[in-house]
Design a protein around this ligand. Structure first.
Ligand SMILES: [Zn+2]
Length: 469
């Protein structure tokens, strides 16, 4: 076998951060690594399809790095187009994919319903949702679990191994070995690389051998604020709120960020830096994600495992209350005294946070604490930009609350950590393909890699085939 027979074609996340997917063609069969949706722009809907030059029936398998929608969100389209082979990922990724894909289907179905009402009034033809819960059920039925570190033989000379990427529960980098032991090509997909020392998760595994590496570059041009600075800020927000007996509203993504925040609250309470004020998790999806976390403790780092197995974390978080029902959520309206409400969505584009903002954003004893990036065009961004008045469900609301943004939480490694991740691979001179980053970020990281490690770095384009070395 010669490596000239191996090609890799990106079907997304080339010069942007969504739509991750690669077609890998080998003499032993073709695979997809990830099949994520494009998000965030009006053009995304048009791009969310199965590429014409991809025949789903010819694929041997899909290898999934992790369950975020921008990595798994197009899988139901693939299944709808006739894909019937296995989708391999970790057990935690299967459970997270179930949660995230079912939610995505429900959101698409209800968005389509609303859009069609508008279209009927405007005399336009109706549209169909991208996919339905039924398509998701078919997709989940194809998922097969793999273990970190155990090579999976897809063919006698085609092997894939998942390694912890520390980015979300069950996330992985995937190493492909194509050929036999004495002569083979190693293709490495970093997946999304987590920061080191993030709560619950283990640090991302580093690699020593690859011929070509597809590496994420989301924060290729900058570092995050340090976790210590961020926790200092979190405790000062809590102390201010306690002093004025107000409330903190936290728009947070249900999966990952909410659990991470609770962990930080527990740490600060343990260190007696903040009192244990009531914390309400007002999100059915976040509550379900917490259940999945609790059932997958083996995936956690040692510190989190010890805290949970000894029952300490559960005792420390006795001040956290779940609000699964709408009635539970409404009961929070009348609540007096300092407390925290964590509710989705993370950018205030929907979900229960909107009700809390409508009820409390105009009060001076409210603090809205943002813990994630707010995209242009979202309600969250308008609040962060301190527009004097915003509109929620058509009702004008004055922005009198205190607005705080905590910059240090991220599920992605910053620039310095990305460079450190590559340091163990660099001596073997792999060809580096920078993906999953906007052009400014990946160009900046590319020059840093060339300067520091003297490697060949390329910025692949969507749909353009790359030959493995
Ligand atoms: Zn991700």
């Amino acid at each position: 076998m010669t490596s000239a027979c191996i090609t890799i074609t990106p079907f997304g996340a080339a010069g942007e951060v969504t739509g991750s997917s690669y077609l890998v063609k080998t003499p032993h069969g073709s695979l997809l690594v990830d099949f994520g949706i494009f998000q965030g722009t009006p053009a995304a809907r048009e791009k969310n399809r199965v590429p014409e030059d991809l025949n789903p029936r010819n694929l041997k398998a899909v290898l999934l790095t992790h369950a975020h929608l921008d990595h798994c969100g197009r899988l139901p389209l693939l299944v709808r187009a006739g894909f019937k082979a296995p989708i391999y990922c970790t057990q935690a990724s299967i459970e997270m994919s179930r949660l995230i894909l079912e939610d995505a289907a429900r959101v698409q179905e209800s968005d389509t319903l609303a859009e069609n009402k508008r279209r009927v009034r405007a005399g336009l033809p109706k549209i169909a949702p991208m996919y339905t819960e039924d398509d998701v059920v078919q997709t989940l039925a194809l998922m097969r679990p793999v273990e970190y570190g155990s090579p999976l033989a897809l063919a006698p000379e085609l092997q894939a191994t998942w390694h912890d990427a520390g980015h979300m529960l069950g996330s992985a980098s995937i190493a492909l070995k194509i050929g036999h032991d004495s002569k083979h090509t190693s293709v490495l997909f970093s997946g999304d690389i987590g920061p080191r020392r993030s709560p619950f998760l283990r640090d991302p595994v580093r690699f020593h051998d690859a011929d070509i590496v597809f590496m994420e570059s989301t924060y290729g041009n900058r570092d995050h604020r340090t976790m210590n600075e961020t926790l200092d800020e979190l405790s000062s927000v809590v102390l201010e709120t306690v002093a004025r007996r107000g409330r903190i509203l936290v728009p947070a993504f249900a999966v990952g960020r909410t659990q991470e925040l609770l962990y930080h609250f527990a740490t600060l309470q343990r260190e007696k830096r903040i009192p244990a004020l009531p914390i309400f998790v007002d999100s059915p999806m976040a509550i379900e994600a917490m259940r999945i976390y609790a059932q997958n403790i083996d995936y956690f780092d040692k510190e989190a495992q010890d805290l949970i197995r000894s029952g300490q974390l559960q005792r420390e978080l006795a001040n956290v209350k779940a609000c699964p029902t709408v009635e539970d959520s409404k009961a929070l309206n009348a609540l007096e005294g300092p407390h925290v409400i964590i509710a989705g969505s993370g950018m205030c584009t929907g979900g229960r946070i909107l009700h809390h903002l409508r009820n409390h954003l105009w009060k001076e004893d409210t603090t809205v604490m943002f813990v994630g990036f707010q995209s242009r065009g979202t309600l969250g961004r308008r609040i962060v930009d301190r527009q004097p008045r915003i509109s929620i469900h058509g009702i004008p609301v004055a922005v009198r609350a205190s607005i705080r943004t905590l910059g240090g939480f991220s599920a992605h490694a910053g620039r310095s950590e990305l460079l450190a991740w590559l340091s163990t691979l660099a001596p073997g001179s792999p060809r580096v393909q920078l993906v999953h980053g906007e052009d400014e970020a990946r160009q900046s990281l590319a020059s840093a890699i060339r300067d520091r490690y003297d490697l060949v770095v390329e910025l692949p384009m969507q749909g353009v085939e790359i030959q493995a070395p």
